[in-house]
Design a protein around this ligand. Structure first.
Ligand code: C2E
Ligand code: CA
Ligand code: CA
Length: 860
């Protein structure tokens, strides 16, 4: 079983896995956020940069345009023949200023704050904001003029002008310079000393505003150079220390402002959701881990218990079986294989009764009764089956119902192989039928043999029974000891066996008494010859060590045709004849004659009557119900024997049972009672148990187990409905044997009740050892309940307590008064029986009782 493989304790817990998973997911989420933000900022920066580049381009264009316009404007004054005439050398103020050729309108209309004509270091003409001034150009312009002048002169031949950014009057301005020259082609040398005309266009706020508007730029202005300005869009203005600045729109920034807050909001929400999910997953994974742990623990416990069970199941000599509700096998322990030789797979799914069978009780109905029975008491049933080699084997099975949530789910139990036990039982059976010393059949076997032989009565071949007693045996035993006696007995046994034919029986009854049963011998002369030869043979000396031992024998003879077909009777007759033979001088034989004993005659009469009564069905059973004390419902019924005597009327068992017990008639009589009770009770309600009384004589004179089994088989009466009532006397003679018989009876499935409890010997000890299901308190104690001494009451109380402690059903019999019934109720007895409730009644009477009449109506 690898149910644990995927739950091994070393495997990582789900919590750890969830942590890793969620950690990874968070990292991914963070990365994605970073990438998105990065891309956003990058786009914003690119947008901003592009916008800056665009605005810078437009600003530069506008400025360039202004510079170009300024140069062209200047060019129209400097490249002018009139200017050449009036401004070179001595400046003609009249022409220039008064006549407004280069006059005040340059400031008022064209916006030039400074207009100068300079010749190297000398300023020859100067206007400041349209007004003539005496100050030199250098007084207003911060930059050195000489290089500008040189540059302007250099550009003059090509009709070109120069522009520079300078600080004018402390404020940045565009300075345009051009050499004054005639409007014709000139050589460089011709203008190398020419005066230079300078127009200064101060970059005032108003002009910049105008310039900016023209280029579509906002708030164009001047700013002092500073490190910050490097990051803004700007245009440097030469050495002026100022630069041109404007407000460039920042679409990237706008984009950021538009997108970032909602994006961050979404990310925050996502993060929170993630956090929540993480915690949730962690928590549920924690719960999973815990239940996983519990599962692992219970799994381990389960496996341990499974291992334990397997160890027990495999170590046990029994095999274990389980079936479902429909008796189909669902489990067989491995012992099944080694015990039966079958494979487990071959039987799983098969009904149990296909494997096992029981000849006395149908297996499946028996199983079903286990579902209702007391779970404390395990019932056994003896079953048999054929192993794969075809050998018949026996096992004892126990069964218990499996309940799942109060419903029957199936059955389980064990099966112990008792084949050896059965064989041993057979061996014991053999031993019980044979004499250990000589190996001859013993009295039991003799009884069986005779019973069989006499069964057919006069139709059978004639039968002679010879009872033989050794003469002079006792002195040998006394003088030479037991070994000599044993040797003599063994030799005699050999000689007797040799002298008889197949089919005849030689038995040893004990001591020095032997019985020979001869078949087919009828006429006396034949028997006489046989006896003469026999006595002669036995008189031959027997060698024991160095001794020659001499014995003799006397024989009493009974013949079935003369003395009747009853074994006991034959033996008794032979015994009387033997007595006669001994009396007549030993080493001889005598035939029984009726005159030999009047007593025997008389008894035979009675017994004959009994025997006839059996044949002629003069016996009847009466039935006395047993009631549950709680609700006075009939739970079982006891069969009690009656003899409907032709002359004497209805006789109670006490008048004939003792005689029947003495004469072995008890055996057939007992069988009849058993069969009759089973046959009759078959028609009664299923839950009704029927009790049959067994006499101790039946135990010792016959094979009760075989009889009960036979009866059950023949009548088809379910074993569990049959109860056998046995008195403690059964155990008196042969404690060991009685126990074996009772166990065997239990294995047939019947119930055992100890009758007349309290009148026997060491009752308590028996109760513990013997497999009784119930006890019946003897009626003498119940009668005692009526008197006031309280002595019997204490006994009854003690018996009830004892029985209950042992799990036995306790019945009180002989309840004759209401007072007794009440007393028993106080003592909490289980069941009651007695005249007060119902006398024994015949079959019809009992069936009327069953039909629901009041129990007490029949009390008369
Ligand atoms: P038992 O087994 O103790 O049977 C009970 C006896 O008590 C029965 O007598 C019954 O009629 C009688 N009894 C029942 N209730 C009362 C009551 O309230 N007061 C009194 N005083 N007696 C009550 P029964 O039928 O005469 O049988 C006597 C005995 O004969 C039985 O004693 C039993 O040991 C034996 N017996 C009866 N039938 C059979 C049988 O089929 N086989 C054998 N082997 N013995 C039998
Ligand atoms: Ca009884
Ligand atoms: Ca009794």
């Amino acid at each position: 079983m690898d149910r644990n493989a995927d739950l091994s304790p070393s495997s990582p817990t789900s919590r750890l896995q969830v942590r890793r998973l969620v950690g990874g997911f968070c990292a991914l989420f963070g990365l994605a956020c970073l990438i998105a933000l990065g891309a956003l900022f990058n786009i914003a920066a690119t947008l901003d940069r592009q916008e800056q580049q665009r605005s810078t381009f437009h600003a530069t264009q506008a400025l360039e345009q202004r510079l170009l316009a300024s140069r062209q404007f200047l060019s129209s004054y400097a490249v002018w023949d009139a200017a050449q005439e009036h401004l070179v050398g001595k400046v003609d103020w009249q022409w220039a200023y008064e006549e407004k050729n280069v006059g005040e309108s340059l400031f008022s209309a064209s916006g030039y704050e400074g207009v100068f004509v300079v010749e190297d270091t000398r300023t020859t003409y100067a206007l400041f904001k349209g007004k003539p001034t005496d100050s030199a150009a250098g007084a207003y312009i911060d930059s050195p003029l000489a290089p500008i002048i040189a540059e302007a002169r250099k550009a003059a031949p090509a009709r070109e002008q120069v522009t520079h950014f300078v600080r004018f009057n402390g404020w940045p301005a565009v300075l345009s310079a051009a050499a004054i020259r005639p409007d014709k082609d000139v050589l460089e040398s011709e203008v190398s000393q020419a005066p230079v005309m300078i127009f200064v266009d101060q970059l005032t706020e108003a002009k910049l505003e105008h310039l900016g508007q023209g280029a579509g730029l906002m708030r164009m202005r001047l700013e002092k150079n500073n490190p910050d300005s490097q990051r803004q869009p700007h245009i440097a203005l030469g050495e002026t220390g100022y630069h041109l600045a404007w407000d460039s729109p920042r679409p990237g920034n706008q984009l950021l402002w538009a997108v970032l807050p909602p994006l961050l909001g979404v990310l925050l929400v996502l993060g929170l959701v993630l956090l929540y999910l993480f915690r949730h997953a962690l928590r549920s994974s924690q719960a999973i881990d815990q239940s996983l742990l519990r599962l692992q623990q219970s799994n381990r416990a389960l496996e341990a218990s499974e291992q334990r069970f397997r160890a027990v199941a495999e170590a046990a000599s029994d095999w274990i079986w389980e079936t479902d509700r429909h008796h189909r096998l669902t489990y067989l322990s491995q012992r099944f294989v080694s015990v039966t030789g079958y494979r487990v797979e071959d039987w799983l799914g098969q009904p149990l009764n296909q494997l096992l069978s029981c000849d006395t009780t149908p297996l499946l109905p028996w199983l079903d009764t286990q579902a209702d029975s007391d779970p404390q008491q395990l019932a056994n049933l003896r079953c048999n089956y054929r192993d794969p080699t075809g050998q018949n084997r026996y096992c004892r099975i126990s069964a218990r119902s499996i309940l799942l949530e109060g419903h029957l789910a199936g059955y389980r139990g064990t099966a112990s192989d008792i084949t050896d036990e059965v064989a041993a039982h057979a061996r014991i059976q053999h031993l019980s039928m044979h004499d250990a010393l000589t190996g001859l059949p013993n009295r039991n076997k003799l009884s069986r043999h005779l019973e069989q032989a006499l069964l057919r009565g006069s139709e059978a071949p004639p039968l002679a029974l010879l009872l033989l007693d050794l003469d002079s045996f006792k002195p040998i035993n006394d003088s030479l000891g037991h070994p000599a006696g044993d040797a003599v007995l063994q030799e005699v046994a050999t000689r007797l066996r040799e002298s008889t034919r197949d089919g005849d029986l030689v038995a040893r009854l004990g001591g020095d008494e032997f019985v020979l049963v001869l078949h087919g011998l009828d006429n006396r002369s034949e028997i006489d010859r046989f006896c003469a030869r026999l006595i002669d043979l036995l008189q031959q000396p027997i060698t024991f060590e160095e001794h020659q031992l001499h014995i003799g024998a006397s024989v009493g003879i009974a013949q079935a045709r003369a003395q009747g077909f009853d074994a006991g009777e034959l033996i008794r007759c032979a015994d009387i004849a033997l007595y006669q033979a001994k009396a007549d001088g030993k080493n001889t034989w005598r035939y029984f004659s009726p005159e030999m004993n009047q007593q025997i005659q008389y008894r035979r009469q009675l017994e004959n009557d009994l025997r006839r009564a059996i044949k002629q069905h003069e016996f009847v059973l009466h039935y006395q119900p047993r009631y549950r004390l709680n609700d006075l419902q009939i739970v079982s019924v006891e069969a009690l024997l009656r003899w409907q005597h032709p002359q004497e009327g209805l006789l109670g068992p006490d008048t004939f049972i003792p005689l029947a017990e003495q004469s072995d008639l008890i055996v057939p009589l007992g069988r009849w009672v058993l069969a009759e009770a089973c046959r009759t009770a078959r028609d009664w309600p299923e839950e009704l148990v029927v009790s049959v009384n067994l006499s101790p004589a039946q135990f010792s004179r016959s094979d009760v187990v075989a009889d009960v089994r036979q009866t059950l088989l023949q009548t088809g009466f379910p074993a569990q409905r049959l109860e056998l009532e046995i008195t403690e006397n059964v155990m008196l003679n042969d404690i060991e044997g009685a126990l074996g018989t009772m166990l065997a009876l239990k294995e047939l499935g019947v119930r055992l009740n100890m009758d007349d409890f309290g009148t026997g010997y060491s009752s308590l000890g028996y109760l513990r050892t013997y497999p009784f299901d119930s006890i019946k308190i003897d009626k003498r104690f119940i009668a005692g309940l009526s008197n006031q001494t309280g002595n019997d009451r204490a006994v009854v109380q003690a018996i009830i307590n004892l029985g209950k402690a042992m799990g036995l059903t306790v019945t009180a019999e002989g309840v004759e008064t209401e007072q007794q019934l009440k007393a028993l109720g106080n003592e909490q007895c289980h069941e009651v029986q007695g005249y007060y409730l119902s006398k024994p009644v015949d079959r019809a009477g009992f069936e009327a009782l069953l039909a629901g009449r009041e129990a007490r109506q029949d009390v008369s």
